[in-house]
Design a protein around this ligand. Structure first.
Ligand code: CTP
Ligand code: MN
Ligand code: MN
Length: 518
């Protein structure tokens, strides 16, 4: 019997509950008229097929129950093109050249995008030779439920920016933020970890079965996943997005210099908009908040890569003016390959500088920019670094290097090499910049610490502590297992010239910066 009939036409009691109704195709508006899909049940199973058909229909796709002449796209899973052709032959159907034979990955990407995505070579099923033959095992695709063990630590996972679980991770991040605003640290962390682990998956989660064996997914998290699989959205997230407190905190903390405490205060005072806060004469603002309001529009618009590169040139030029041998490295999100960021981070170090010169550099650089009228805000933090200070036990501890938090004026002509292009307005953009200066022998630790992501850093430290009995922070790696030996305390500090060496000390496979987007 055609299993489809069991689902859509058969006795009602046999129908799995989430599969929609027998008239599913007529219940949803068809948004994409040019495509007529047919999903092959072979090797996929009837339950999964029915789920996918329902999902696609909800997204506005026309999906046929049975194969007919009107079908334009056949979607299959774990089948080669040859398999599909073989099946078509068995049905006495001749495939025409117009008929697209596609892998399930195409449909899944369409579901993620909410519209048909371009069909590329990786989606199109290959037909080998002229006569149908069974696919060799080596060509069989790994099913989503691969029995590969996923680590609970982000530093043992490779997380690129190709997140195929946006639908879930966006939801988790909103929930985590809401818990943060409500100072519920445990739940905040649980949703951040869940988001982080789903970002590392090479496949999109489309059924609860896909979540089996994945760490960091507690009951609360699974509940949200289930809601999204069934309804395409989470009712909890919807409620948070409409929540007065969440909306206000989100808005208030978008101002540079406004943290949870200030947001809480303003919320309790009854403020709901930035304009009423700005114009209130009884409120006192810090220097940072004043700058935050003054350059609000520029700062919320985020920094793109072209702007980050232009800032990089500005920093390189200024640093080289005072310390020609200094090394300037862009760190943070841009080093991980992100195309936008909320700021641009730089690590500066010099192999030849004397301590005094090292201490002076950031001041000299900011003074130079001040003279050139490029400095809009500047906050210097002096170094509290000590050679033999033990690494911090806290996963979120601030580091001890000398640094400055800045807002720079980036002239448009430094971004546009095409001088003829016209710009309206003030001719520059305010950009948040972080500069960190570190002793040359600590550059590997500082670089690793300032490259992020925050979740990746947290898990590196957690891993060092719990799995290796070591302590890691932005300055050093300390081996506690050597603490009982008669060696001098300094022997317990493990030195490193590069990030690779730190991973090696920790017994971890090296993870490239682009794979640290946990
Ligand atoms: N960091 C740190 N100490 C701080 C601030 C940041 O160690 N006081 C590290 C964090 O580990 C973080 C990295 O520096 O991952 C960069 O911080 P930040 O600019 O806040 O985050 P990005 O990852 O660069 O993200 P964005 O693109 O939003 O700037
Ligand atoms: Mn950054
Ligand atoms: Mn930063």
């Amino acid at each position: 019997m055609d299993p489809l009939r069991a689902v859509h036409l058969g006795p009602r009691k046999k129908r799995p509950k989430q599969m929609g109704t027998s008239a599913a195709s007529t219940l949803h508006d068809i948004r994409f008229q040019d495509l007529v899909l047919f999903i092959l049940e072979k090797k996929m199973g009837s339950t999964r097929r029915a789920f996918l058909m329902d999902l696609a229909r909800r997204k506005g796709f026309r999906v046929e129950n049975e194969l007919s002449d009107s079908v334009t796209h056949i979607v299959a899973e774990n089948n080669s093109g040859t398999d599909v052709l073989e099946w078509l032959q068995e049905q006495n159907i001749k495939a025409t050249s117009e008929l697209e034979l596609l892998d399930i990955s195409w449909l899944i990407e369409c579901m993620g995008a909410g519209k048909p995505v371009e069909m590329t070579g990786k989606h199109q099923l290959l037909v080998r030779g002229s006569s149908p033959s069974p696919i060799p095992v080596s060509e069989m695709k790994t099913p989503p439920l691969a029995v590969r063990k996923i680590s609970q630590y982000a530093c043992q996972r490779r997380t690129t920016l190709n997140n195929c679980n946006h639908i879930f991770t966006d939801a988790f991040e909103i929930l985590a933020e809401n818990y943060e605003f409500r100072e519920n640290e445990g739940s905040c962390l649980a949703f951040m970890r869940a988001a982080s682990v789903l970002k590392s998956l090479p496949f999109p989660v489309i059924s609860m079965k896909d979540t089996e064996g994945i760490p960091c997914l507690g009951d609360k998290v699974k509940c949200v996943i289930e809601g999204i699989i069934e309804d395409g959205e989470s009712s909890e997230v919807k409620a948070v997005l409409n929540d007065e407190r969440y909306k206000s905190f989100k808005l208030f903390t978008s101002v540079f210099g406004v943290g949870l405490k200030t947001a809480e205060k303003w919320f309790r005072m009854g403020f709901r908009t930035l304009s009423t806060i700005k114009s209130d004469e009884t409120l006192k603002f810090t220097r940072m908040q004043k700058a935050g309001f003054l350059y609000y529009e520029d700062l919320v618009s985020c920094v793109n890569r072209v702007e980050a590169e232009a800032v990089s040139v500005l920093v390189q030029e200024a640093v080289a003016h005072f310390l020609p041998d200094a090394l300037v490295t862009m760190t943070g999100g841009f080093r991980r390959g992100k195309m936008i960021g909320h700021d641009v981070d730089f690590l500066i170090t010099s192999p030849g500088a004397a301590e005094e010169e090292e201490q002076q550099l950031l001041h000299q650089v900011t003074n130079l920019w001040k003279q050139k009228e490029l400095l809009l805000y500047c906050d210097h933090i002096e170094s509290t670094f000590e050679k033999f200070k033990l690494p911090s036990r806290k996963v979120d501890a601030l580091d001890h290097f000398q640094k400055c938090f800045l807002i720079l004026k980036l002239p448009h002509q430094r971004v546009d090499t095409d001088r003829s292009s016209q710009h309206e307005g003030k001719g520059w953009k305010a950009i948040r910049v972080d500069l960190v200066m570190c002793p040359y022998e600590r550059r590997a630790f500082a670089l690793l610490g300032w490259t992020g992501s925050r979740q990746f850093e947290r898990d590196l430290r957690r891993y060092a502590t719990h799995e290796r009995k070591m302590m890691l922070d932005n300055h050093a790696l300390y081996d506690k297992t050597k603490a009982n030996s008669p060696a001098l305390p300094r022997r317990m500090f493990l030195e490193a010239e590069s990030e690779e060496e730190i991973f090696a000390h920790l017994g971890l496979d090296y993870i490239e910066p682009q794979e640290r987007n946990a």
